[in-house]
Design a protein around this ligand. Structure first.
Ligand SMILES: CC(C)(COP(=O)(O)OP(=O)(O)OC[C@H]1O[C@@H](n2cnc3c(N)ncnc32)[C@H](O)[C@@H]1OP(=O)(O)O)[C@@H](O)C(=O)NCCC(=O)NCCS
Length: 169
């Protein structure tokens, strides 16, 4: 993510439908700039210490337009566990971009870092996000009833996970 991406980021980060189940408000241009600055200044691009994280945007090869983003953060150095998340611009959904990007990020993490297990916390009101996790080979391991108090209401959360050996197989 770079500061010159902000106009592309604004297109989807300001969309109330896109951010409904992710922990941001619909962002203004100023908020997008602040969030991008935060990534530029604090993203570690490695997963060695607790709270290290990676954010990568997805740019179309043809035009360079940014049409989505992935994040991965180290949850526990001791347990070699990271989490993953995904967002696709509203005009570019159902074209396989989240699948392609998430596979690439999982491959990167399991090949180039010490990560042993990757989890995804998925709001049960977003079954298509769970379908994406399943398409990536992730397994639903738990349902947490009222697992999060999110944007003013309780929601049930699904825990998805995949191990390095499962991904590599
Ligand atoms: C979830 C999200 C990232 C999927 O992105 P996407 O680029 O459209 O996904 P892909 O095109 O790579 O789809 C991969 C698979 O995910 C599943 N999927 C994605 N969107 C789906 C939908 N609307 N309905 C059903 N399944 C869906 C399918 O299994 C799909 O494979 P298929 O097209 O061969 O059936 C996107 O809908 C999004 O950004 N939503 C808003 C942000 C969000 O809610 N993030 C997750 C919070 S838990």
């Amino acid at each position: 993510m770079q500061m010159e991406d902000v106009n592309d980021l604004l297109e989807y980060q300001s969309n109330p439908e896109i951010v409904r189940y992710i922990p941001w408000p619909p962002r203004t241009l100023e908020q997008v700039k602040t969030a991008a600055e935060d990534v530029v200044n604090t993203c570690t691009f490695q997963l060695k210490e607790d709270k290290d994280y990676i954010v990568l945007v997805w740019a179309l090869k043809s035009t360079g337009k940014v049409i989505g983003q992935s994040n991965m953060g180290l949850v526990s150095k001791e347990n070699k566990c990271a989490n993953i998340g995904w967002v696709t611009h509203q005009d570019f959904q159902r074209q396989g971009y989240a699948l392609e990007a998430s596979k690439a990020l999982l491959n990167y993490a399991f090949t180039n870092t010490d990560v042993h297990r990757v989890i995804a916390d998925i709001d049960s009101r977003v079954p298509h996000s769970a379908s994406l996790a399943e398409k990536l080979g992730m397994r639903r391991e738990a349902t947490f009833l009222d697992g999060e108090f999110f944007k003013g209401e309780w929601c049930d959360m699904w825990l998805y996970a995949i191990l390095k050996r499962e991904f590599q197989a």
